[in-house]
Write a protein that binds this ligand. Structure first.
Ligand SMILES: [Zn+2]
Length: 497
């Protein structure tokens, strides 16, 4: 292990996790974690982008010596404990961030993001295994990701989670108390986690990166308190303030109701980052004007979901109008298109808001959501319908709304097996237990693509999955993209006047 400890210390120095003065201290901390008594410094001549190779050797050693049981979770807990030996204290990270920010907001986030990767808090090699591609559609190039770095969640569990009394420590995965937490069998290790404090309108918030990185510099902006998600005027104020502090980032929030919300409804948080989603590129296809808001440009976005885009340099007018639309939508019903604001006292209407800068101006996309269910659609009426569940049946949260599909890991194997069946000329795949769910879709795409061959089969399947995602988003749209739906959209806008 002496060699590996030397290599890791060298990595820490190169990445700026530790400084020369920290060398002995960090070496001794590594000895403690690895239960080794002696150390001999050695010269190391190598430059590594990530520490994985070294950590793997240390984990094998720990398993061999009985320091851990050789399971995936114990390995993840232990390699975090190892990297913790090289971590700067939170106050040092914050001081560095502030000094960088004084030069430029980009420099501050660049260095903070690099730290999050170097520390293995973002397990970059694992994220690099995700299968990603783009599919061209009438709404632009949608992003598709088969997520191979995080397990799937069932929407019903998510709904139940909202009702759960918080009693454990940390109360949830987003609480700031995770910073430095060693983790346990049912909670990830967070010793390498560092938070940046933010003041949003006098309230304590924090910035962190998502350990799952669904897109470039995917960050989370979390409330200092463990309070439930709530879309309100404050959300618009906070999102616009965040993009004032970080003009190169976008920020959005999941909605605050089950089915149409994200995976964690129990802790108020937003997500942001440095990425241009398909939705941001989608044009306004119809302009609206709102009386009393002369400085706000408003319009309907050409997007499969139902989105109003507000753009203005006048923040007061922008927030006032967004708040007015939210309040109106909360109580809005239009039975002709199946929209009911409430049933049996349960509210159904909410908004998924997204905020970005457009030069000096601010832009808010307000995506109208409704979470009603009925017998035909027990998972949600404005939710992926049964015929697309074979690709996606999970909640359509903020990231999907913006045009990035996060698809379950099983699809990777499914795609390979479908390609194999197709090329071998199989008429049906329903006899295959793993593929049966794709049976009807398989026949459909097979009929559509007589040109299939070994060279293009993978790209055809990927493209067809992308088109299913477009249908998923269309299903989640409250106003359908037909004449009746677009007239209903106009009726809602008129009701806001
Ligand atoms: Zn929490």
């Amino acid at each position: 292990m002496n060699r590996e400890i030397n290599r890791l210390l060298n990595f820490g120095l190169q990445q700026g996790l530790i400084k020369e003065e920290d060398y002995c201290y960090a070496a001794n901390r590594l000895l403690t974690v690895l239960k080794i008594d002696e150390f001999e410094p050695e010269q190391v001549e190598e430059v590594l982008p990530v520490a994985d190779g070294i950590l793997d050797k240390m984990l094998d050693y720990a398993a061999e010596k009985g320091l851990i049981e050789n399971t995936a979770n114990e390995r993840d807990l232990f390699d975090t404990a190892i990297m913790d030996c090289l971590m700067p204290r939170p106050s040092e990270v914050i001081a560095g961030f502030k000094a960088d920010y004084a030069q430029s907001p980009e420099l501050a986030t660049d260095n903070y993001y690099k730290l999050s990767i170097a520390s293995n808090y973002i397990r970059k090699s694992r994220i690099d295994k995700n299968v990603i591609w783009k599919t061209a559609t009438e709404y632009g190039d949608l992003d598709i990701t088969i997520n191979l770095s995080k397990p799937e969640k069932d929407p019903r569990d998510i709904a139940k989670a909202k009702l759960m009394k918080s009693s454990s420590y940390p109360k949830c995965l987003l609480c700031r108390e995770n910073e430095g937490y060693a983790g346990r069998a049912n909670h990830p290790a967070r010793q390498t986690h560092r938070l940046i404090p933010l003041d949003l309108h006098g309230k304590s918030w924090f910035l962190q990166y998502s350990p799952y990185t669904y897109y470039n510099e995917h960050c989370i902006i979390l409330n200092g308190e463990h309070v439930p998600m709530k879309i309100s005027r404050t959300t618009f104020e906070n999102l616009t303030q965040f993009v004032t502090i970080f003009p190169h980032y976008i920020a959005g929030s999941n909605a605050d109701l089950p089915i149409v919300g994200g995976s964690i409804l129990s802790h108020d948080h937003y997500q942001g980052g440095r990425y241009t989603f398909a939705m941001a590129k989608a044009p306004v296809e119809k302009e609206y004007s709102f009386a009393g808001f002369p400085e706000v440009q408003a319009g309907r976005v050409k997007w499969p979901m139902s989105a109003l885009r507000l753009t203005s340099e006048n923040l007061q007018q922008l927030i006032d109008l967004a708040d007015k639309i939210l309040t109106k939508w909360r109580g809005y019903s239009d039975e002709a298109v199946g929209i009911l604001a409430e049933t049996k006292g349960e509210p159904h209407n909410t908004i998924t808001p997204i905020c970005r800068r457009a030069g000096k101006a601010y832009q808010l996309d307000l995506v109208l959501r409704n979470n009603r269910t009925d017998e035909e659609n027990p998972l949600g009426i404005f939710h992926p319908h049964a015929n697309v569940h074979h690709i996606k049946k999970e909640n359509i949260g903020l990231i999907e709304v913006m045009g990035l599909a996060v698809l379950p890991p099983r699809l990777k194997e499914n795609m390979a097996l479908i390609a194999e069946a197709w090329l071998s000329g199989k008429e049906s795949i329903e006899d295959n237990e793993k593929l049966a769910v794709h049976g009807a879709w398989y026949k459909e795409i097979k009929a559509k693509h007589p040109e299939v061959n070994a060279d293009n089969v993978e790209s055809i399947i990927k493209d067809e999955i992308g088109k299913v995602f477009m249908q998923v988003l269309t299903d989640a749209g409250v106003f359908k993209r037909d004449t009746a739906g677009m007239e209903a959209f106009d009726r809602f806008v008129a009701s806001c006047q």
